[in-house]
Design a protein. Structure first.
Length: 558
């Protein structure tokens, strides 16, 4: 029965409230102490203020379709390269000297350690374009981040990144961040100009090399054409025309030679007949003397040719006129011979008495034979000239025929040389065009009108430290104090074996409670109790107010 009475009694809200009142200081003091200790530790730690700046990469001012860029790498790769340049030891040491950073640590750390420490304090991160609107009003963000390249109708390159630096002083953090931003802008301009000039110089060297190869190919073509001048494929038509003309001239020369040969036969026959006639006249046998038949035959032949030519040409044609002149000359010669025959017809008795011509007038009577002899000499020269002309024409025809025969071989060889020349020329023209475009792009970069870094958000002046987060640490300290206080209050309650209610007494003693004797206090004791109660409330209120004020202060000021 006694064991049943000693079982723990179920506690109600009043019991817990009484317990909290009894153990209030076991909870409040540890809670306030834990929060105070953590807050003091937080404020003793060095504060780290972070200044940030957002940089936007804008496209070049002139549209790409007019001036294509010649900077080879993409912006992301170039940003990585610029970051490595700016984070180099030389540049960071200069920034440290300019702003007198890490003065206390210089005595204990080497320059390399200080540079590594500064690199850790610098943070460079890409910023999604969608996040830019959160840093400023949407209209301005849209204008800056979604800018349209002029004349293209397409969004410009809108890569953005954030540069930040952490320092113990807000002003120093802002100044160093501003210096880093300036370094990025300067390095971007210098790097773009450097890369653009490198591209232009490379293309210039390639153009000179292509020009040298082109000149070599051109010299080979010219030398080949000079060696084979007259037998080149483009001269084939002219060679054919010349060959046709030479063959025509050869035919004309052969015709002239044949005519001269016929004329020679005619003149030889005329000379023989005229000499026989002259012998008959000298002997005085003039009864049956008549003009030579050769001259009549020649006149008949010439008239036949004249008739044929008149069927084709008019009387003003040179060939017709030439035949007319020859006929007139032959008729004149015939008339002279006939006149001579008539003048020399004398009686037979006077034949022996006829003297031989001794004067110029008498010699004139012999002019037909002189003319025939002259014509025979002229005919001989004409034949020799025609033969020489034919030989020369045959040599020329053989030469041009040889050129035409070798034209296919030369055409194939020249085609190979021309193909190499055309390839070299196309390569040269292509490289020359690229060099001109690259030079224009380089001039654009020199005028700082290429892709630039635009400061979208200037370096901020931090109003509260970024590390440590005093508000969060204060809340953590408050939570730790609450937990520590609860643990101590519960432990003290469990370790206390005193009875504080009649329920606890009934649980221990089975006898009924007959009466309650209240606490009897004197006036001085009552005043002491009241005074202690007031001080407790004041102290508790002060601690709670201090913790609440401290948390609010860390939330507002950090």
């Amino acid at each position: 029965m006694l064991d049943d009475l000693q079982e723990p009694l179920a506690k109600g809200e009043k019991d817990y409230w009484d317990m909290a009142r009894r153990r209030r200081w076991w909870f409040l003091l540890p809670c306030f102490a834990g929060w105070s200790i953590i807050i003091m530790i937080v404020y003793l730690l060095p504060a780290r203020y972070v200044s940030e700046a957002t940089i936007l990469v804008s496209g070049q001012s002139v549209p790409d379709k007019y001036v294509p860029t010649n900077v080879p790498s993409q912006m992301v790769q170039r940003l990585q390269s610029m970051t490595q340049q700016i984070m180099s030891r030389t540049k960071l040491q200069k920034v440290m000297e300019d702003y007198r950073l890490y003065l206390k640590a210089r005595a204990s750390q080497s320059p390399d350690q200080l540079v590594d420490r500064m690199r850790k304090d610098i943070d460079i991160l890409p910023v999604p374009i969608d996040d830019l609107a959160q840093e400023e009003d949407p209209v301005t963000a849209a204008k800056r981040a979604l800018a349209v390249a002029p004349g293209t109708g397409k969004p410009a390159e809108t890569l953005a990144f954030r540069v930040s630096y952490a320092a113990e002083s807000p002003r120093v953090a802002q100044q160093v961040t501003d210096s880093l931003v300036s370094l990025f802008i300067e390095e971007n301009l210098a790097q773009r100009q450097r890369e653009s000039e490198t591209t232009t110089n490379f293309l210039q060297s390639q153009v000179e090399e292509a020009r040298r190869r082109l000149e070599e190919q051109e010299a080979r073509v010219q030398q080949y054409k000079s060696r084979n001048l007259g037998a080149l494929p483009e001269q084939k038509e002219s060679n054919l025309q010349v060959l046709t003309g030479l063959e025509s001239h050869l035919q004309t020369a052969n015709d002239a030679l044949n005519h001269a040969e016929q004329q020679k036969l005619y003149l030889e026959s005329l000379s023989i007949q005229y000499k026989a006639l002259q012998a008959s006249l000298n002997l005085g046998d003039t009864a049956h003397v008549q003009s030579p038949a050769a001259i009549d035959k020649e006149i008949q032949r010439l008239q036949t040719q004249l008739t044929n030519l008149r069927g084709q040409y008019t009387d003003r044609h040179p060939d017709v006129r030439n035949l007319q002149d020859q006929i007139a000359e032959a008729e004149k010669l015939k008339k002279q011979i006939e006149d001579q025959i008539q003048s020399t017809k004398v009686p037979a008795s006077e034949v022996n008495s006829t003297p031989h011509p001794t004067t110029w007038a008498e010699m004139q009577q012999l002019s037909p034979i002189i003319q025939v002899d002259g014509q025979m000499k002229s005919n001989k020269r004409e034949i020799e000239s025609a033969q020489a002309s034919i030989k020369e024409l045959e040599k020329e025809i053989a030469k041009y025929q040889a050129r035409l025969d070798t034209t296919p071989v030369h055409e194939q060889e020249l085609q190979s040389l021309t193909r190499d020349y055309d390839q070299s020329r196309a390569s040269f023209e292509s490289l020359l065009g690229k060099q001109n475009d690259s030079q224009v792009a380089t001039n654009l970069e020199r005028r700082q009108q290429g892709a630039q870094f635009v400061v979208l958000t200037p370096p901020t002046l931090p109003l509260r430290p970024n590390h440590p987060d005093r508000f969060i640490m204060g809340l953590i300290g408050f939570g730790v104090g609450i937990g520590f206080g609860l643990v101590l209050a519960i432990i003290s309650e469990l370790a206390d074996d005193r009875l504080y209610s009649d329920k606890e007494l009934k649980n221990l003693v089975p006898a009924p409670i007959l009466a309650n004797i209240p606490t009897l206090l004197t006036s001085s004791e009552k005043r002491s109790v009241d005074r202690r109660f007031r001080w407790e409330w004041i102290s508790a209120t002060a601690m709670i107010a201090i913790m609440a004020g401290g948390i609010a202060f860390t939330f507002i000021h950090g």
